[in-house]
Design a protein around this ligand. Structure first.
Ligand SMILES: Nc1ncnc2c1ncn2[C@@H]1O[C@H](COP(=O)(O)OP(=O)(O)OP(=O)(O)O)[C@@H](O)[C@H]1O
Ligand SMILES: [Mg+2]
Length: 270
């Protein structure tokens, strides 16, 4: 049996493309590679949850990751995702589910108020659920900045970090912070590591993006750049991954390349 690939989209910098990339990658995995995917939303903004449950009528009735941390069954917080098929009007579950996020996860009554043992137990129950349900991939959407949520993710949920960089002068500033958080988590999850990085939102009109791309390409983890394009922004707005929405777009191609590369790197790591 092949190992379940557990990848967190991480960067402490806000707005660099974590959620958009998770959504687009889930689309490639499920829509084109027939993979079963669980998305876990650890961001209080709940952007992954709202995008993934856009066409689910009773989405509000689902429990959340905070409820799971308080002992509720994982399956009560997992919602089947519906996407419009390519060129079709009907909504279908392509094998992607979402463990729903909670706006209170980063509040003073959120995860910081929960004892470590209880967090560990929730992580164990989530992993048991993942094994029972036979997911091929787990994709974790991370908030822009939270040490305690990074710990939860790297210790108990993800084995790999995939890092989108936004193309700006401060893009790499969060990299060392991620490395530090990961080093701390290795006490519990020794194998956790970076599996890839890429430049999100590359705009060919900006000369500096090319220069930054060349700098980023020096990183061992670097994969490619994702173009800044309307198709990608629109795809999240319409709740339809870009490979479903505009299959031939450059953005779709970039996300296919990222999936192919991380899949290859994870297999080499077995
Ligand atoms: N390749 C792209 N082309 C066009 N727009 C993009 C692209 N990638 C992301 N965006 C847009 O950039 C904005 C920020 O993206 P996103 O929400 O994915 O970032 P994030 O890292 O998840 O943010 P946060 O840290 O707040 O969770 C969104 O409006 C999204 O639609
Ligand atoms: Mg986000």
């Amino acid at each position: 049996m092949s190992k379940i690939k557990k990848v967190a989209l991480v960067n402490r910098k806000g707005g660099c493309g974590k959620t958009t990339s998770l959504f687009s990658i889930a689309g490639v995995l499920a829509g084109e590679m027939n993979q079963k995917v669980l998305a876990i939303d650890l961001d209080a903004q709940c952007n992954t949850t709202s995008t993934m449950t856009m066409y689910v009528d009773d989405a509000d009735s689902y429990k959340t990751v905070m409820d799971v941390l308080h002992g509720v069954d994982v399956e009560d917080a997992v919602c089947g995702v519906l996407w419009q098929g390519k060129g079709l009007r009907n909504y279908t579950n392509y094998g992607v589910d979402v463990l729903c996020g909670d706006a209170a996860i980063d509040s003073s009554e959120g995860i910081v108020a929960i004892p470590e043992e209880q967090i560990m137990n929730a992580g164990k129950r989530i992993n048991e659920y993942i094994n029972e349900r036979g997911y091929d991939w787990v994709l974790v959407d991370m908030p822009p900045s939270s040490k305690v949520i990074n710990d939860f993710c790297f210790k108990y949920l993800a084995d790999y970090a995939l890092i989108p960089f936004s193309p700006d002068a401060y893009s790499a500033s969060g990299y060392s912070q991620i490395m530090n958080d990961m080093a701390d988590a290795r006490e519990v999850n020794p194998s956790v590591r970076v599996i890839g990085s890429f430049m999100a939102k590359r705009d060919s009109r900006f000369g500096m993006h090319k220069a930054l791309e060349e700098d980023m390409a020096e990183l061992d983890s670097y994969i490619c750049s994702v173009p800044y394009e309307a198709a990608i922004a629109e795809s999240t707005y319409f709740g339809r991954p870009v490979c479903f929405y505009k299959s031939n777009s450059k953005g779709s191609e970039a996300y296919r390349m990222i999936v192919k590369e991380i899949d290859k790197r994870i297999k080499m790591d077995y």
